[in-house]
Design a protein around this ligand. Structure first.
Ligand code: ATP
Length: 328
């Protein structure tokens, strides 16, 4: 029988995302509500290996629900990828009396959590925190909604200057393997074309679309491009290519970069983080392990970590059609 849980460790791992602090707050306060102790682990798995812990009570998470980033810091730990590193981490958790772990991070962090569980039988629960929304089993990851709002705000601003100078702007957004940010922010920002990793638009079709757009009387245009799009050129090469083939266009590039990861979490992300934190701790108390808490049809649910890691978070193909129609 699984031993009863009295002390929960919480960490943030991989890329940070807005809403991680709200999730930490929720985990800490849910522990307090159920009379469990809670320990914050700094710098993800690296802090676990180094024993970098802090006792956390309800008052240690005052005034963080509105803050981007993560007060526990995040890290990518190569040592945790080794059996020796994980053994050290386990020894530290045992020494500290921690009985279960809540891991807030992406699929890499979940892979580490699963390995840790399989080696030591240690109860683990995942909360999806990444702006890319590329995790199977949840309609939204923490930070995705905030990142979308940030990107749309940037596109709106770029549109002001694009229309004042009759320019074409290529706006590169995050998303190496998933086009969720590009597709949704592109539609919301009124982009003429959206290039995503899931679909190869092709250079010819892009040129054709831009020509059509000019011919239809549009004087400025915005193309939103995900980092991992399949067009085969980086955004600067694409600019050169389009200018060489369509000299009537004056192209500018804006790479939004890390600003998409920062900032005050949106209301949606704060509420989501609060709900997921409660569910994570209460699931551990119910004896559940190796699952990720997530959202489906606005209901908090559990997905086995192994599925969350292996499954693909598909883009909504209907949105591609919507985008095609409304850019006419
Ligand atoms: P993001 O989506 O923002 O990149 P992530 O959680 O996927 O977040 P990773 O850097 O892939 O980020 O993983 C975070 C950490 O999880 C790694 O630094 C490593 O310590 C641990 N980890 C990842 N994969 C493994 C693995 N196969 N075995 C053990 N630990 C792993």
């Amino acid at each position: 029988m699984q031993k009863s849980i009295k002390k929960v460790g919480v960490l943030t791992s991989g890329g940070d995302s807005p809403g991680m602090n709200a999730a930490i707050r929720s985990v800490v306060r849910t522990c307090a509500y159920h009379n469990l102790e809670c320990v914050g682990i700094y710098r993800g798995y690296q802090g676990m290996i180094e024993g970098d812990f802090i006792e956390m009570g309800p008052r240690s998470v005052n005034n963080i629900i509105n803050k981007g980033g993560t007060i526990l810091k995040s890290a990518r730990s190569s040592e945790f990828r080794t059996p020796e590193g994980r053994k050290k981490a386990h020894e530290n958790l045992v020494k500290e009396g921690i009985d279960a772990l809540v891991v807030i991070g992406g699929d890499g962090s979940f892979t580490g959590a699963l390995m840790f569980n399989s080696e030591f039988g240690f109860p683990v629960m995942g909360i999806p925190g990444t702006i890319d929304n590329d995790i199977f089993g949840t309609s939204h990851t923490l930070g995705y909604d905030t990142a979308l709002n940030t990107v749309v705000d940037c596109i709106d601003k770029i549109r002001d200057t694009a229309s004042s100078h009759n320019r074409l702007f290529f706006v590169e957004v995050m998303g190496r393997d998933a086009g969720h940010i590009a597709l949704n922010a592109g539609i919301a920002g009124g982009a003429e074309e959206i290039l995503i990793p899931e679909e190869d638009l092709g250079l010819d079709r892009l040129l054709e679309s831009l020509q059509k757009s000019k011919a239809s009387g549009k004087s400025s245009s915005i193309v939103v491009i995900a980092e991992g799009d399949k067009i085969g050129k980086n955004v600067f090469e694409l600019k050169d290519y389009v200018e060489a083939n369509l000299p009537e266009y004056d192209v500018r590039v804006s790479v939004l970069g890390h600003m998409q990861r920062g900032g005050t979490p949106s209301c949606f992300d704060r509420v989501l983080a609060s709900r997921l934190g409660v569910k994570a701790v209460e699931s551990l108390l119910d004896g559940v392990s190796n699952f990720m808490v997530g959202l489906k049809n606005d209901t908090v649910n559990l997905t086995p970590l192994v599925q969350a890691i292996k499954g693909k978070s598909e883009i909504d193909r209907e949105l591609l059609r919507v985008s095609d129609i409304i850019t006419t």
